[in-house]
Design a protein around this ligand. Structure first.
Ligand SMILES: C[S@@+](CC[C@H](N)C(=O)[O-])C[C@H]1O[C@@H](n2cnc3c(N)ncnc32)[C@H](O)[C@@H]1O
Length: 222
């Protein structure tokens, strides 16, 4: 797992762009930024449909629903699996407390470069790699048990053993009382997570392409 290059890239992204008080970068108008993100996302989808899994980034409505389910008011450590072009990442950062940290794990190197270039927020670390190695990434960055794990990765196209490993890792790492929020069209994530975390709360967000289910689990307190 790369260490120094990744840390250097994060440092560069901080200095190369102007941040708002919470560090959320705006490039041009939000509309133009979203259009650019949408085009970049579509390009990667056409190249890698199985891993990108959606034709367009999440809508603002889906972002809001995910953030609401994540209940971030008191979160200290948040992990995002599959940040893509960063719309969900920005939404999480806006809702997170100033001292919280966000570890974003993304397998697509072009998305990682884009995230580092466009989001200058000292709370964010972008880790290139697979969610399958979640526990190793957490250990590498020495982050304590996450209060929230948010996932947009396509459980339906992951090999079954990999999907099961991700779900088991999430349960293993989450703090007691922590939340796992997954937005997916299909229900594979529930089949993988239910043996570990029980039945989820499920809400549909129709104002998204495609419509998505938002699954939410809360890890029981001991
Ligand atoms: C449906 S997109 C969600 C993107 C973004 N969060 C959004 O809502 O617009 C899924 C993302 O998961 C990433 N991904 C797929 N498999 C992954 C894996 N095993 N580990 C990490 N990221 C993965 C893809 O590259 C893509 O960026």
């Amino acid at each position: 797992m790369p260490t120094e290059p990744n840390k250097r890239a994060i440092a560069v992204s901080r200095s190369a762009t102007a941040a708002t008080p919470r560090g959320d970068v705006r490039i041009g108008t939000p509309g133009i930024s979203r259009l650019a993100d949408g085009l970049a996302f579509l390009r990667e989808f056409l190249l890698r449909p199985g891993t990108v899994a959606s034709v367009a980034p999440s809508s603002v409505y889906l972002e809001q629903r995910v953030v609401q389910a994540a209940a971030l008011t008191d979160a200290r450590v948040v992990v995002e699996l599959g940040p893509g072009t960063g719309g969900t990442t920005r939404a999480l950062l806006r809702a997170m407390p100033p001292q919280a940290r966000l570890l974003a794990i993304e397998s697509n190197p072009r998305f990682c470069a884009r995230l580092r270039q466009r989001i200058a927020d000292p709370r964010l670390v972008v880790q290139e790699g697979s969610a399958v190695d979640l526990l190793a990434h957490l250990e590498h960055w020495q982050v304590p048990a996450p209060d929230v794990v948010v996932s947009g990765i396509p459980f339906s196209t992951l090999p079954v053993d990999a999907a099961q490993r991700v779900a088991a890792s999430i349960e293993a790492c989450l703090a007691p009382g922590g939340r796992f929020v997954a937005y997916q069209l299909r229900a594979h994530v529930a089949f993988c997570a239910e043996p570990h975390l029980g039945a989820p709360q499920i809400d549909w967000e129709w104002r998204n392409l495609p419509p998505m289910r938002v699954f939410c689990w809360v890890k029981p307190l001991p």
